[in-house]
Design a protein around this ligand. Structure first.
Ligand SMILES: CC/C=C\CCC/C=C/C(=O)SCCNC(=O)CCNC(=O)[C@H](O)C(C)(C)COP(=O)(O)OP(=O)(O)OC[C@H]1O[C@@H](n2cnc3c(N)ncnc32)[C@H](O)[C@@H]1OP(=O)(O)O
Length: 302
């Protein structure tokens, strides 16, 4: 059943013209759309997109409460939204942020990696790869407006962006904390971190599963800017203006030059990477670690 979800959502959306998407918030315009004159909204239930055609900028807001975990549906809808923006020459930049207060994203959805079939794991992992590749190599300027805690897959999304603005709140830590769950960040997660903070900082952060609070995050360079919480969006817009002042072709070719070798490493061995994930995630010991971790999260409240 779950095997069908990603393919079904993709097929349904790709086969229809943008304006007739069944899940779209259809063409809301103006102040009622939440963004002032000329702002148009579309997207899907879990991935909202507000566009400002006059500025050539869109905002993607993740909305998968309670914690914006990256379920198969979120990953699929995210890729579709990004692809629509990429294919529309009106847009040159996108800000990625969260609609869930205090949480940018809790990372990959642990329930997608626990107690499911091999086919499901394979479909899920391909969707994770796809989003990473699309974001990492996007022709758009991609700015992360990180308005909440951002562990593991949440951090990965941020790291794929061209620039990261983090809200200054001690609760909003960011990092690849996989080892704390008893799992391992794949090589391309590792590469993305190394490309951002350098080898030594990445090695220490990965082995210890460090989650950096804002000041530390800025110091090690996992984010580029820390601003008061109520200024995250305006700061992201200011940064966007600076990046959009560069001619697109020069910036895009330079981005490609910097990032393609890393992306190519995954592209060349995507199936092998999926097989490795399948073997790893299916181990009894790994399934047990994930169950224990999920139980701990669930019991926190009780
Ligand atoms: C070869 C390679 C192999 C494997 C590679 C795998 C790479 C993995 C990458 C990942 O991203 S793994 C996910 C890592 N994420 C985390 O460690 C974060 C876990 N969550 C938290 O720490 C907290 O939930 C929080 C994000 C800080 C938010 O805390 P809060 O107190 O606000 O919420 P609460 O903890 O009560 O959670 C509410 C609800 O959500 C469920 N939950 C939380 N995180 C996830 C998640 N990542 N996936 C699925 N579900 C998640 C949590 O269990 C609660 O559920 P409940 O309402 O049913 O109790």
């Amino acid at each position: 059943m779950a095997l069908m979800v990603g393919a079904r959502v993709l097929a349904r959306n790709l086969l229809r013209p943008w304006s007739r998407l069944p899940d779209a918030v259809p063409g809301r315009t103006g102040p009622a759309a939440g963004g002032g004159d000329g702002v148009r909204c579309f997207g899907s239930p879990r991935v909202l997109v507000e566009t400002d055609p006059a500025k050539g900028v869109a905002v993607i807001k993740l909305k998968n409460p309670p914690v914006n975990s990256l379920s198969l549906e979120v990953l699929t809808e995210f890729v579709i939204s990004l692809e629509k923006l990429e294919n529309d020459k009106t847009f040159r930049g996108v800000i990625v942020t969260s609609d869930c207060p205090g949480i940018f994203s809790a990372g990959l959805d642990l329930t997608e990696m626990c107690g499911k079939s091999q086919a499901h794991y394979a479909e899920y992992w391909r969707a994770v790869q796809e989003l990473w590749l699309r974001l990492y190599l996007s022709n758009l300027v991609v700015i992360a407006a990180i308005n909440g805690v951002s562990p593991a897959g949440g951090c990965l999304i941020s790291l794929t962006c061209d620039y990261r603005v983090l809200a200054d709140n001690p609760k909003y830590s960011i990092g690849l904390n996989e080892t704390l769950l008893g799992i391992v960040a794949p090589s391309w997660f590792k590469d993305t971190l190394v490309n951002t903070v350098g080898h030594r900082t990445a090695e220490r952060a990965l082995q210890l599963g460090l989650l950096f609070p804002p000041a530390e995050a800025l110091r090690v360079g996992i984010v580029d800017q820390v601003v008061p919480e109520d200024q995250v969006h305006s700061a992201a817009l200011s940064v966007m203006a600076r990046w959009l002042a560069i001619p697109d072709h020069a910036r895009q070719l330079t981005k490609n030059l910097m990032r393609k070798p890393t992306a190519d490493r995954l592209v060349k061995q995507r199936d092998a990477d999926i097989q490795y994930f399948l073997q790893f995630i299916s181990r009894d010991s790994i399934q047990k670690s994930l169950r224990v971790y999920l139980d701990k999260l669930r019991q926190k409240k009780g």
